[in-house]
Design a protein around this ligand. Structure first.
Ligand code: UDX
Ligand code: ADP
Length: 464
């Protein structure tokens, strides 16, 4: 059946929030469902202008092609939120939900102000029935709060709220969206709830196999998202905790991870020891989980999950202390090159990147910093703009490392594996150090080149 609002399209979909989640997800829906018109709106006009330009606001492999194929056909970017709401039957909400920085729950609970404003705007502008899809990661029972706002006026418009958490990871967003492990849809178990759920499932059914579309009640869906992220982060903290033990005992964490991960009950993924996890989700979601558990008096459960964050913070500080100890207990006036600033490879995103904490700590030790990253230098500049200390940003890694006392690998960019480290070694101050927070370089080879090599969770290789 064609849509009454615009006969060319079966349905009109709106997404509020054109960020890392909303942008790629809607681009994929538009790409896979030419029958649906997908409009993405945002309060930030610059962001929308970028989405409409040749230089998209986020870097994500494969995204450019998908946006280009659908933009102007059935994918539109706009700042007219009111019109967008009026013209659509299904509204995805993917505005940001950072951790609160003030008041009750500061540093723990999600800051729902953007999200509540969106709910109020939908209520104000809607003149016909809507399905509202919660896409942002939110604390459990947020859908209920949204319903309360939406049902607060009796204006004859019916809103059906669904939870449809997004599981994509940055850097692999397009692959994850194209072939998701699962799509999760939470709805009320009423007739209208089930009907709305079916409408959303019909969209995904255009490319996702039926058996991968899971349906649950709303709260289970909301909680599943927090728990999936908490489990993934827990694996990283677990292996990082073992990395610290390996460093003391001269075991090799990669070999331990391999042996452990080959147990099919455990599995080998997300067991790479590192300088710590970053990204906008893991810490925020675990903090939410901890906050909810405390709210319900489940203090032991809250402490258990808090431990995952504590180990992550320990890991970052441990990295700085290792550098300090190795470099004769002083970094003052030494030039240190950070290889990478993004929280992971293949993204320009630096939110919660361990590199931010480490850069600040190194500056506190009065080190001079040179930062290089293929995609994240603009964000790095913003992250460090208020920091006191000497820091410069250099595109070319050879230039960046030249004249430095040490290199610290922060991000696992493939480019950093493939550099000519003999050339880099020759250009550095001796003794030259490399601290590999991602275990990506060839440690033995670099040692033979002359470097003092400090991997993560493996024996050090030093000439001193
Ligand atoms: C995560 C979830 O994977 C995704 O499902 C959810 O929708 C959003 O949060 P993202 O944060 O984009 O995705 O990236 P992810 O690949 O999970 O990596 C998170 C952090 O963990 C990165 O800093 C990464 O470098 C680090 N990491 C990952 C490790 O240190 N070791 C590993 O073995 C895996
Ligand atoms: P995520 O990683 O969850 O996608 P981002 O910060 O990348 O988060 O994106 C969230 C987007 O939501 C931002 O572009 C922001 O401008 C937008 N946004 C926040 N509040 C509103 C609102 N009330 N209406 C429309 N867009 C909003």
């Amino acid at each position: 059946m064609k849509n009454a609002m615009n006969p060319h399209f079966k349905k009109h979909i709106l997404c509020i929030g054109a960020g890392y989640v909303g942008g790629p997800t809607m681009a994929m829906i538009a790409h896979k469902c030419p029958d649906y018109r997908v409009t993405i709106v945002d309060i930030n006009p610059e962001r929308i202008a970028q989405w409409n330009s040749d230089r998209l606001p986020i870097y994500e492999p494969g995204l450019d092609e998908i946006v280009r194929s659908a933009r102007g056909r059935n994918l539109l970017f706009s700042t007219d939120i009111e019109k967008g709401i009026q013209e659509s039957e299904i509204i995805f909400v993917s505005v940001n939900t950072p951790t609160k920085t003030f008041g009750v729950g500061a540093g723990m609970a999600a800051d729902l102000q953007y999200w509540e404003k969106t709910a109020r705007q939908i209520l104000k502008s809607a003149t016909s029935d809507k399905i509202i899809v919660e896409k942002s990661t939110l604390p459990v029972r947020t859908a209920r709060a949204m319903e309360r706002i939406l049902f607060s006026e009796n204006n004859g418009v019916h809103f059906e709220v669904l939870s449809n958490p997004e599981f994509l990871a940055e850097g692999t967003a397009i692959r994850d969206l194209e072939a998701p492990d699962r799509v999760l849809i939470g709805s009320r178990q009423t007739e209208k709830g089930l009907e709305a759920r079916q409408q959303l499932a019909d969209i995904y059914a255009n490319w996702v196999p039926q058996e991968r579309i899971l349906t649950t009640d709303i709260w289970s869906s909301e909680l599943s998202k927090l728990v999936a992220n908490a489990f993934l982060a827990q694996r990283i903290s677990s292996i990082n905790a073992i990395a610290a033990l390996c460093e003391k005992t001269e075991a090799d964490v990669s070999q331990v991870a391999r042996a452990v991960g080959m147990d099919t009950r455990i599995g080998g993924r997300f067991l790479h020891a590192s300088v710590g996890f970053g990204g906008s989700c893991f810490k925020k979601d675990i903090l939410n989980l901890v906050y909810i558990c405390r709210h319900y008096g489940l203090n032991e459960v809250a402490n258990y999950w808090q431990g995952v964050i504590d180990i992550n913070e320990y890991q970052q500080e441990h990295f700085v202390v290792t550098m300090l100890n190795a470099m004769f207990n002083t970094l003052a006036g030494k030039r240190i090159c950070l290889f990478g600033f993004a929280f992971k490879a293949d993204t320009g995103d630096t939110r919660e990147s361990p590199a931010i904490y480490i850069a600040r700590r190194l500056m506190e030790e009065h080190a001079d910093l040179v930062i290089t990253d293929p995609k994240a230098l603009d964000n790095a500049k913003m992250d460090l703009k208020d920091s006191k200390g000497n820091v410069c940003f250099v595109d070319n890694p050879y230039e960046a490392a030249s004249g430095c006392h040490a290199i610290a690998v922060m991000t696992e960019w493939r480019q950093f594996r493939e550099l000519d480290y003999e050339r880099i070694y020759r250009s550095m101050v001796k003794p030259a150090f490399i601290f590999d927070g991602r275990n990506i370089v060839d440690h033995q080879r670099l040692f033979e080149t002359g470097f003092n090599v400090y991997p993560t969770g493996k024996p050090v290789l030093t000439h001193l």
